[in-house]
Design a protein around this ligand. Sequence first.
Ligand code: PLP
Length: 383
Amino acid sequence: IYLDHAASTVVRPAVRAELARWLTDEVGNPSSSHAAGRALRTAVEEARERVATALGAHPQDVVFTSGGTEADNLAVKGLVWAGLARGRRHVVTTAVEHPAVLEPARWIAGHEGLDLSVVGVGRDGRVDVDEVLAAVRGDTALVSVMAANNELGAVNDVATIGAALRERGVPFHTDAVQAFATQDVDVAAWSVDALALSAHKFGGPAGVGIAYLRRGVPVVPLSHGGGQDRGVRSGTLAAALDAACGVAVEAAAGDRADLRDRLGALSDRLAAGLLAIDGVRRNGPDDRRRRLPSHVHVSIDGVDGEALTFALDQAGLCVSAGAACGAGAQKASPVLAATGIDGDAAIRLSLGWTSTETEVDRGIDLVTETVAKLRAVGGGAVR
Ligand code: PLP
């Protein structure tokens, strides 16, 4: 039973078919001017248009990357370096960002001797809009605030932050990697200058993502070479992956409203089943409009989260003790540390487009049984 869709989702059949088509039937380089190259180029440009339509963007604002991590790095380092050239020496981000944002922000601040403001969050994992805006200075090169958090599913008010920053002329980036599957993502409504997506979080393959980079906003490229994609991201265009990403984006945006309702009901069912276990509390925002319908994060008294995920894995249930996106899941979660939640006894269960009631019910049974077994032997702490 797979209840870890925040880590990665199942590839949609239409995406699989698109990938297979371009990998199997076609040969060439999308930058070649001959017929073979032109066919691949057309596939990439159609994908770019699909993405642009879904985001409310212009196709030229869409840059394909190798995933969410590269898109975040490009936005953070690229915009900060561009700002630095204009004398801007300050960066604002939040304590609950994915390492794909927090690490480049820390790295570039250290490397260039810039000031970095890391805004904290409430116990629910949400960022306070006023605190973000209060941190902004006259020389702020970039503000980066995630649209939704990968562990708690907390949804931030990026539209309000974006509108205020646009008025003040401060570039704004948001990591929408977790949000895209169930939240309406519109670059104009959010007033963002940069935004990151990752296909494997919404039914596409891993290894391809999108950096939305608004034209006219200066960005320094991270890779130099053949000058593909406005010179912002050199390298041979990965036609099959980009085409597959385009299909995944279109499909995800197309069934988002239905999925939101369906997963909302399923996660209510999952949370209710887990809360029926003694000593279980749900983490993240109480207000359902402020949390992703895909995420259920719980603290469980008297068990070790790491031991529980291991025992659940043995029982056939895939969940996560924290974010699976790092190299090792053994480290204490900085996200939970920022909220004040004890990360030692917490797990994340997350749903996706293939999730069913049967899986959810089986998941509840397996957690209930496994928690009882671990508690009988003292919680299973391995630390
Ligand atoms: N940002 C967030 C919020 C994520 O959850 C992830 C997860 O992996 C990433 C960025 C990185 O994306 P990718 O795995 O495509 O590099």
